[in-house]
Each structure stands twice: as structure tokens, then as C-alpha cells.
Design a protein around this ligand. Structure first.
Ligand code: AHG
Ligand code: MN
Ligand code: MN
Ligand code: MN
Length: 339
């Protein structure tokens, strides 16, 4: 039997972060330490999700969060794991989580310069069915002279220094991007307990005939949205072939597929949810940064650049269209016609 070719020069997330830091002589190492704490929260959340059915962690916690979602037991545990990781990193000053009503101020870390936003478990309605869920995160660097006040985290996505998400699926995936550009994908090796760089420099295909949207809301959609999706389903002209529909109902999983295969993911604002469903700070903005840095686009329901939107409140929502450059451009063109 031929011997398996063993790679002895593996790029782990730890190594990747060390090498990134070395590229920036001015770096203090704080960002790297913060990322190590993030990494631990991903590993532990993945661990409890895998064991949930065995240790009675399925089902509801019996509470609801500020945005009105019923909290699952794992929403609460995922949040607690994330908050503890950020507190003990020593590098996080402010933290906004979907599951926390208020922005958390870590006064025990008065010199910490980072503000973090997170959706500890995205797609939690899918948890008990064993469908992929994930964690979304964004990291801001507070400006010099910031006082560590709650309002200081109300920043547009253009101010993110890093963002990304994990997907706890058949394997645990981590997608990470930084201000300097580039989107990198890592896969968790459970035996090593390490994220391994498996998808360096991810680029989203320019177009692909796949759309991802909760079509059950189409009754409530605005005219341009209805028209856009109809052009995908009932094409006229030369191509003639309708798009494929794929909707998992976990943004992380729909986003991960869209990043790899191309296409479009949308959660438009509509008559039922005039402000949209997904939340700007910890869902829309981090994802928009990933998609732009991978060569795609992300806009809100007003066809404005998603990253330029400044939230007024930490849990503010927005409509979103994100994906391949050309697919999102088609959405923008249809909306222009209706002006
Ligand atoms: P969360 O589980 O963090 O509250 O997010 C839910 C979001 C997102 O994961 C998904 O894209 C969307 O809700 C699905 O909503 P619908 O069930 O309305 O399609
Ligand atoms: Mn929720
Ligand atoms: Mn979510
Ligand atoms: Mn969530």
C-alpha cells in the first residue's frame, strides 16, 4: 500500500495569526490575543452543539431576547461562553451580543482597545434538527481617546478591522477576513483541536444561478423584490434557464455556500418587517465585509452599500442582498428601474 503523503507544514489558525502579526511591525499582539480567545469560544460552542442531544441541551430556554426571538438553551450557553472568552481575553472593552439587551462594558479591561459584536448562535431555529448553525463576529478598534462608553460601538461596517463567521456543519468551518483584505477559510481538525487553513484567499465566483431567500415571505415583498426574483424563476431571452433555489434558514450556512459556489442570498425588508429581519451590527455588517473582501457585494434594501450603514441602536435591523458581484448588480438594476 502506498504511504499517505503527510503534510508536515500545516498552517494552523494560530500560525496564521502569528504570521499576520509579523507583517505589521506596529502591532502590539493585542489583536492576536483577542483572536485566540475567539478561537476558544468557537471550539467550545462547537463542542456543546455536537453533544446537545446527548446532554439535554435541545429546546427552549424559556426566555426571549431583545429582538423578540425565543432563546434556545444553546443560545444562552453560546452567549455565556462568548462573553466569558471576551472578558478574560483582557483585550475587549465593549461587547454587543444578540442575546444581551445592552452593550457590555468590561471595566475590568480599562485599557482594552477592541469592541466586539457577535451573534453567538446564528440559525438557532435549526439547532434541534441538527442543521448547520454558526457564530458571526466583528471586531472594531476603538479610536484613540475612546472612553469605553456604550454608544462608541455604534459604528458602520467600514470601521471593522476584522470579521467572519463559523459554521458548525459536517465539519466546523471558520471564515476570517481582515481590514488588509483577503478572506481565508479554516477547517477544524477535531483530533488536533486546531483550525487548519484549507481555503486560502477565497474569491466568490462573479455569478452563479442560485438564489437563497425565504420565499414564504413573498406575499409581503415590495414590487422590485418580486420582479427581481421572478426574473430568476421565469427568465426570458437566450439563457432561458431558471435559477436553483437553496435556503437553509441559517445565514451562516447560506452565506458559506454562496461564498463557495456563488449566487445571491437575500433577506429583504418587506411589509411585515419594514426594517428587515437581520441585525446590522452582528449579522449584516460582518457578513458584508466578508463578501466584499472576497470580491462580492452587499447592499441593504435601499440599495446602499451595507458596510456604510450606521446603526442608531445596537439591535437595529436591515434588509440585505449579498453575494456574487453580478448577481447583486442585477438586484440594484431592477431597483433603479422602479425609482
Ligand atoms: P438567529 O438564529 O441568530 O436569531 O438568526 C436567525 C436568522 C438567520 O440565521 C437566518 O438567515 C434567518 O434568521 C432565517 O429567518 P427565517 O426563518 O425568517 O427565514
Ligand atoms: Mn435569535
Ligand atoms: Mn443570526
Ligand atoms: Mn443568534
Amino acid at each position: 500500500v502506498a504511504q499517505e503523503k503527510i503534510n508536515t507544514d500545516i498552517v494552523t489558525l494560530t500560525r496564521f495569526l502569528t504570521e499576520e502579526q509579523a507583517k505589521h511591525p506596529e502591532a502590539t499582539g493585542d489583536f492576536t490575543l483577542l483572536c485566540h480567545a475567539l478561537q476558544f469560544s468557537f471550539k467550545s460552542i462547537a463542542y456543546y452543539i455536537r453533544r446537545a442531544t446527548l446532554i439535554n441541551l435541545t429546546g427552549l430556554a424559556g426566555s426571549s431576547n431583545t429582538t423578540g426571538d425565543d432563546q434556545k438553551k444553546l443560545d444562552v450557553i453560546g452567549n455565556d461562553l462568548f462573553v466569558a472568552a471576551m472578558r478574560t481575553s483582557g483585550k475587549c472593552r465593549l461587547l454587543v451580543s444578540e442575546e444581551e439587551e445592552e452593550c457590555i462594558v468590561f471595566n475590568e479591561n480599562p485599557t482594552a482597545r477592541y469592541a466586539v459584536v457577535c451573534d453567538p448562535i446564528d440559525g438557532s431555529s435549526n439547532l434541534d434538527a441538527g442543521v448547520s448553525v454558526g457564530t458571526i463576529f466583528g471586531i472594531f478598534r476603538l479610536p484613540e481617546g475612546a472612553k469605553g462608553e456604550k454608544e462608541e460601538i455604534l459604528l458602520p461596517g467600514t470601521e471593522l478591522v476584522s470579521s467572519g463567521f463559523t459554521m458548525y456543519g459536517a465539519s466546523t468551518q471558520l471564515v476570517l477576513t481582515m481590514k488588509s483584505g483577503g478572506v481565508n477559510g479554516f477547517t477544524m481538525d477535531n483530533a488536533l483541536g486546531e483550525f487548519i487553513l484549507t481555503h486560502p484567499n477565497m474569491q466568490i465566483p462573479k455569478s452563479r444561478a442560485i438564489y437563497s431567500v425565504n420565499e414564504g415571505n413573498s406575499l409581503y415583498w415590495d414590487e422590485p423584490v418580486k420582479e427581481y426574483f421572478n426574473t430568476l424563476k421565469y427568465p426570458v431571452g437566450k439563457s432561458g434557464k431558471p435559477y436553483s433555489a437553496r435556503y437553509i434558514g441559517s445565514m451562516v450556512a447560506d452565506a458559506y455556500r454562496t461564498l463557495l459556489y456563488g449566487g445571491i442570498f437575500a433577506y429583504p425588508s418587506d411589509k411585515k418587517s419594514p426594517k428587515g429581519k437581520l441585525r446590522i451590527l452582528y449579522e449584516c455588517a460582518p457578513m458584508a465585509m466578508v463578501f466584499e473582501n472576497a470580491g462580492g457585494q452587499a447592499v441593504n434594501s435601499r440599495m446602499e452599500r451595507m458596510l456604510s450603514v450606521v446603526p442608531e441602536h445596537i439591535h437595529d435591523r436591515s434588509g440585505i442582498f449579498m453575494g456574487s458581484q453580478n448577481e447583486v448588480q442585477n438586484v440594484i438594476e431592477v431597483h433603479k428601474k422602479h425609482r
